[in-house]
Design a protein around this ligand. Structure first.
Ligand code: XMP
Length: 317
């Protein structure tokens, strides 16, 4: 029988043997997989694991600071890199979802490569790849695809010439969570909904500007914190908000408004391959909608997405 304790013991022993005194670099995303991979390797080689956490300017409200803090509390040797402006300039004017993904993937690689370069004599690249990532024919939207499709742009980035270590390669998501719990990783990280690598960029339809990101971060924050407050967060597999480019007429006092429509999306799912929209209580939706419209400047209408996957997808882009 598989137990997380056994897995941790044997994996840490193998990592020690495999890595010895070598230095390892790993990109943290704030998600479960990269965090658990980091903690396992940290147990094996401590400070020789160099973690890099990039702020791409497309994360949730306050997420970069909060997550960086909890990584530091976990004892990880982590460097936070503010690369917001690089991502925003690369995204400027792009509206096509795949082009946005490519731009984000390209800048991520540039930033990561530059950081990895500063670690003298690094030998390994660690990744939080899990079993489904290995067996799934690489989806066009997948994060690894984003990286792979850039292999040949101007030659391989230096960090990609490193040897690869992937300690979670045999695990399913629920096993990764169990391992994470056994490693005492913060619940904020373990219980977190999946969040796409390109972040809010694929939840802002049309071109990305820092102002739009700011609007969507506020909307998303109201939605997610209300889910948590109402005890609904764990009932839902993934949730978020979408900023549409549609403007509609509204009324505020005796003023006519003409502002953006946001959509709320919450789904139940097992693996993200199929999904159903969450039957969130009407009262909950009413409260969230009121709070969003009252508090977020630039939004005067909220709709709830009632499409299942297939034929819709979870994300709108
Ligand atoms: P869809 O929209 O295809 O999403 O139903 C399924 C799951 O994949 C996530 N997703 C992504 N994750 N890079 C990622 O790392 C991406 O480009 C990407 N696109 C979608 C989505 O959030 C959902 O969990």
């Amino acid at each position: 029988d598989w137990t997380s304790e056994q897995f941790i013991d044997s994996t840490v022993a193998e990592l020690k043997a495999q890595l010895g005194n070598d230095k390892v670099v790993l990109g943290l995303s704030g998600g479960v997989d990269s965090s658990v991979a980091a903690m396992l390797i940290h147990q094996a080689i401590g400070k020789n694991l160099y973690c890099i956490f990039v702020d791409n300017g497309l994360l949730r409200k306050d997420e970069f600071e909060t997550v960086l803090d909890s990584y530091k509390h976990m004892g990880l040797n982590v460097k936070g890199v503010d690369a917001k402006d690089k991502f925003y300039s690369a995204l400027a004017g792009l509206t096509d979802p795949e082009q946005k993904r490519k731009a984000i993937g390209r800048v991520f690689i540039e930033v990561f490569d530059e950081e990895a370069h500063q670690i003298e004599d690094v030998k390994w690249l660690a990744q939080g790849t899990i079993y489904p990532d290995v067996i799934e024919s690489v989806s066009v939207k997948g994060p690894s695809a984003t990286i792979k499709s850039h292999h040949n742009v101007g030659g391989l980035p230096d960090f990609m010439k490193l040897k690869v270590v992937e300690p979670l390669k045999t695990l399913f998501k629920d096993e990764v969570r169990l391992v994470g719990k056994a490693l005492h990783i913060d619940d904020i990280i373990i219980g977190r909904h999946p969040f796409p690598g390109p972040g809010l960029a694929i939840r802002i339809l049309g071109d990305i500007t820092p102002e739009k990101v700011h609007v969507l971060q506020q909307v998303d924050h109201i939605f997610i914190s209300n889910l948590k407050k109402s005890g609904l967060y764990d009932e839902v597999w993934q949730a978020g908000a979408i900023l549409t480019p549609v403007q509609s007429v509204g009324v505020m006092g005796d003023e006519r408004t003409y502002e953006n429509v946001v959509a709320l999306r919450a789904v139940t799912s097992v693996d993200g391959m199929t999904a159903d929209w969450s039957r969130l209580p009407y009262e909950f939706l009413a409260d969230v909608s009121n709070e969003i419209i009252n508090k977020v400047k630039g939004v005067n209408r909220v709709v709830y997405d009632i499409s299942s996957k297939p034929p819709a997808t979870i994300e709108w882009e």
